[in-house]
Design a binder for this molecule. Structure first.
Ligand code: C2E
Ligand code: CA
Ligand code: CA
Length: 949
């Protein structure tokens, strides 16, 4: 099969012309034989015979030459068209893959910046809804990209743009995974097409390897390209019904094909000769004529190899159908020639008969024959001309079909011959440069087109330049009107040159968007961690020249509860509003970034540190705690800020950020809504905190928690009305740990939910054993209000302990009410419906305690210790406490003064009409076993001295 392959380069020399001329040849033989029988005639007769033979030969030669020419032409045109098409499609296919690759590179760069070193870290980094949303957004930018997938080092799917939650899938058996996991030198792999495990459609994976800085294999990023997309491109431009367009990987595996052929997708064509024949590896168009290994038909193959992606586009047409029109032309030609020869023969026969009967008239007849000869010669030329006209008409029709195909290309294209005269240009080309369609006729010189387009369209700038430099390849040119054109210039040996142009303005914009996305947070459009890191490096460089700056790390207080109770859309709106408030507080040179979730960071460039950082931190805390109005909800949050100063607190970006982060944690645990500068001791503190986290997770199961009780005394009866349950942690090595130290951490790690449940049950069952007149108060965390199950949990604790609901009091802080959410209110009313009492704790310390008193009918208000401490010292406290007790009384609420430590304070409170007091003066919190003793002492007027025990 290989042997009969014939090289048909663009000029197509050496065609086998045998079949083309054989019919004419047979005819010629017949004429020749009949002419021989007349050989014996006289001289004039011989001349007649010679004339007939000469005439016939002329006719047949003309016909044969025309046939061969037409055939050559048909093959050359089809070849050139297929070659041009292969080039254009290679271009388009390449671009589709380039864009997917660029997107993956962006992600890989972000991973590199995050300094991920282990497969576990990679897995952690790529897990979660936020990453899923990010991937989904990115995938939606490219029509050819069906999905983006992150794969762990063992082949399990970590994240996936298409589905949430992430389905359990393992791809360890797939070719791309095996190839990339086992070959350390391989960075990317184009998969064999596989039926998608989710959708069933044929999908190709553009797999990219993710490695740690030391080269360790971390996993893969997959871009799923749906074959139907590639095949749709091919379908749009397929020039004729017999044409097939296919995409092959360099190892000859077929990736896509139009018309789609289920059985050949994914099959390797390496064995068959095709791939050697199309000249894989040569980065140019090649053209071949050979017998197909798939269907055994004689075909023309035009191929274009894409070295960068290791793929080849092959356009094939059957020689049969390429020559179909030519065959019809040939039949017409043969018919016309036969008719002519018949005419000549008849004329000859008449002449000869005349000679035989009337030799006298030989001269006349000779003259007559000569006249006849002249006439038939003219007719022969006419017949050939007629055949040519028809051939032209058919070629015109074919050109029209080609024109339609050309005009279907999404790219503009034009072909010029070696003398720079237009061969063909499509409608898109005319539109691109505002040229009149009618002006683009075959033969128009390039020089005439250039000025015609000068009115701002830039044809001269784009094509003229390429043509005169005669540079192969692809460039992108910006036009004056803002458009970007990708221009591909290709010279075709001996034929001329071809330019394809594409308006890539939109894609450029999309690429710019992708690049922007790689460095910005999608929600707030603030710089992300990657860009922040880069800016921090720049700031460090400047600081070496003496410019001081500061890094501020911000974490929003209570953001999580807003998100949980009001939903993500409100949470998102809040983050945007926070962003604009932050931006209003900084100067243009400063960088505000969102590092993730509710974490923000600022680089403050300034000459006067740390004074300026202090001022900024104060402004930020103040700006962020102003109430937010979001979709009809009023929301209040706060922020905790940690600050590190350049260059004192570090000289690399990671160190500075880590230190500011540590200071931020410190600020948070010191009571939120504060700022802290980094101090070297924080490192140790942070480590201790991490240790505590480990211990805390274990403590509940180990039974290390215990409730202490502190009495509340009624001011009128001077007897114990209730005890407040206060949590204690008996740490195996550290002893008794204060709740102030571990409750914030328990909230952060979510342990507060089971722990709070434990407290409720224990407090209720303890109190069930006390006298009926003594109640119990339990503190609830704001985190517990994120779940409706709190109501059921309280009901459960009451039912199990048998404690009457009216003896249980729940203490909540203002932070619970900061989120004006339906869920919070539903829970509060649900609790109230159980018959329990609800108290507002730490009244006066929050932002807007008074306003919250109106949002819910509390049973009790507990006035914070800070007011009691300052009683009788000439400040505002007396007036405030007096106003609060008066107000509460009018609103039907009782009041408790917290933190009463001295008799003076107690007496003062009596005058201020407080309902209850609580504090060390009466008793410190003590174990449950001492409740009876505390009751006895207080009821009998034996107040425990404040410093006792
Ligand atoms: P809190 O609810 O305001 O509890 C009162 C705190 O003031 C207790 O600190 C108590 O020991 C302390 N205290 C009472 N009288 C005096 C006094 O006269 N002078 C001074 N200086 N302090 C006094 P404690 O037990 O360390 O608890 C601290 C905080 O931890 C509590 O503040 C509460 O917010 C939280 N907490 C304690 N137990 C729980 C619990 O079971 N669940 C939740 N969610 N939070 C709890
Ligand atoms: Ca309390
Ligand atoms: Ca309190």
């Amino acid at each position: 099969m290989t042997n009969n392959a014939t090289d048909v380069s663009y000029a197509m020399p050496g065609l086998d012309k045998g079949t083309a001329t054989s019919a004419v040849g047979r005819l010629a033989g017949a004429v020749w034989r009949s002419a021989r029988s007349l050989r014996n005639c006289g001289g004039s007769r011989r001349r007649v015979v010679a004339g007939v033979i000469a005439l016939s030969a002329v006719c047949m030669a003309a016909a044969a030459i025309a046939t061969v020419q037409l055939r050559d032409q048909a093959l050359a045109v089809a070849g050139a068209q297929s070659g041009g098409l292969a080039l254009v499609l290679a271009n388009q296919t390449e671009r589709a893959f380039d864009a997917v690759e660029a997107l993956q590179s962006g992600l890989i760069e972000e991973i590199r910046q995050a300094d991920i070193r282990t497969p576990e870290a990679f897995r952690a980094h790529m897990t979660g809804l936020a990453i899923h949303n990010d991937l989904r957004l990115r995938a939606s930018l490219l029509p050819q990209l069906d999905a983006i997938t992150a794969i762990a080092d063992d082949g399990t799917l970590i994240n996936f743009s298409r589905y949430w939650p992430i389905p359990a899938v393992n791809v360890a058996d797939r070719d791309y995974f095996k190839a990339l996991a086992s070959n350390p030198r391989l960075a990317s792999y184009l998969s064999t097409p596989v039926p998608n495990r989710g959708t069933g459609t044929w999908t190709m994976y553009l797999a990219r390897k993710v490695t740690a800085p030391d080269g360790r294999f971390l996993g893969l990023l997959l871009g799923a390209v749906e074959l139907a997309y590639i095949e749709r491109i091919y379908q749009a431009v397929a020039p004729a019904a017999d044409a097939a367009i296919a995409l092959f990987r360099d190892d000859a595996v077929q990736l896509a094909r139009f018309p789609h052929q289920e059985r050949t997708i994914g099959r390797s064509f390496a064995g068959p000769e095709l791939f050697r024949a199309v000249g894989l590896g040569a980065d140019t168009a090649t053209l071949q004529r050979r017998t197909s290994s798939t269907d055994g038909r004689d075909r023309l193959y035009a191929a274009h190899h894409m070295a960068r992606h290791g793929m080849t586009v092959v356009v094939t047409r059957t020689v049969d159908s390429v020559l179909a029109q030519w065959r019809r032309q040939r039949a017409v030609l043969i018919g016309a020639t036969l008719a002519l020869l018949g005419l000549v023969a008849t004329a000859g026969a008449i002449v000869l008969r005349e000679i035989r009967h009337q030799s006298r008239l030989a001269d006349v007849l000779t003259a007559k024959a000569q006249a006849e000869q002249a006439r038939t010669g003219a007719e022969a030329r006419l017949a050939v001309a007629a055949a040519r006209t028809q051939a032209d008409a058919e070629r015109h029709a074919r050109d029209q079909r080609f024109g339609i195909a050309m005009n279907n290309l999404s790219q503009a294209m034009c072909m010029f011959d070696t003398e720079d005269r237009l061969v063909v240009a499509n409608a898109r080309f005319a539109d691109l440069f505002n040229l009149p369609h009618a002006g683009l006729t075959e033969g128009v010189p390039l020089d005439m087109l250039l000025p015609a387009s000068e009115s701002g369209s830039g044809l001269a700038c784009v094509i003229g330049e390429l043509r005169y430099q005669d540079r192969h390849g692809r460039v992108v040119r910006e036009l004056e009107d803002g458009r970007s054109l990708a221009v591909n210039y290709e010279r075709v040996p001996d034929q001329g040159w071809l330019v394809t142009l594409e308006d890539v303005t939109e894609r450029r914009d999309a690429e710019a968007r992708i690049a922007h996305m790689a460095h910005h947070d999608a929600l707030t459009d603030l710089p992300n961690r990657v860009l922040f890191h880069a800016r921090l490096s720049e700031a460090l460089a400047r600081s070496r020249r003496g410019e001081a700056c500061a890094v501020l790390c911000l974490d929003l207080d209570h953001f999580k509860s807003v998100n949980d109770t009001l939903g993500h859309p409100i949470g998102d709106a809040l983050l945007k509003e926070v962003t604009s408030r932050l931006l209003r507080q900084v100067r243009e040179l400063d960088t505000v970034a969102r590092l993730g979730g509710d974490e923000f960071a600022i680089i403050q460039t300034s000459v006067d540190q740390p004074k300026d950082a202090t001022a900024l931190a104060r402004r930020l805390i103040d700006a962020l705690r102003q109430p937010y109005e979001l979709d009809g909800h009023q929301v209040v949050i706060g922020t905790s800020i940690g600050i590190s100063v350049i260059p004192d607190d570090g000289n690399d970006p990671d160190q500075l950020l880590k230190n500011a982060d540590m200071a931020m944690y410190r600020a948070k645990s010191d009571g939120r809504g504060r700022y802290r500068f980094f101090e070297p001791e924080m490192d140790a503190w942070m480590q201790a905190r991490r240790l505590m986290e480990v211990d805390l997770r274990r403590a509940l199961a180990e039974g290390e928690f215990e409730l202490y009780y502190q009495p509340l005394m009624n001011m009128q009866t001077r007897t114990v009305s209730s005890f407040e349950a206060l949590l204690r942690w008996n740490h195996p090595t550290r002893g008794l740990v204060s709740p102030a130290e571990f409750i914030p951490l328990a909230e952060e790690i979510g342990l507060i939910i089971p722990l709070g449940d434990w407290v409720l049950n224990r407090a209720c069952s303890d109190a069930a054993l006390w006298p009926d007149s003594v109640g119990v108060a339990v503190n609830l965390s704001v985190m517990q209000f994120g779940h409706r199950s709190l109501v059921a949990g309280v009901a459960d604790a009451l039912r199990r302990s048998g404690l009457p609901p009216k003896r249980l009091e729940l203490e909540i802080t203002e932070s619970v009410l900061m989120q004006d959410s339906d869920l919070t209110m539903d829970i509060l009313h649900g609790l109230r419906a159980l018959g329990v009492r609800i108290a507002m704790d730490d009244f006066g310390t929050g932002y807007s305690s008074l306003s919250y008193l109106r949002s819910f009918q509390f049973d009790k208000v507990k006035i914070d210790r800070s007011f009691i401490e300052a009683l009788g010292q000439g400040g505002d406290s007396d007036a405030i406490v007096s106003a609060v007790t008066g107000l509460c009384e009018r609103m039907g609420m009782t009041t408790t003064a917290e933190g009463v430590e001295t008799r003076a304070q107690l007496e003062h409170l009596g005058a201020l009409a407080c309902t209850e007091v609580q504090g060390y003066l009466l008793s410190r919190p003590r174990p449950a076993s001492e409740v009876a003793a505390m009751c006895h002492a207080i009821d009998h007027g034996e107040l425990v001295p404040m410093l006792a025990r």
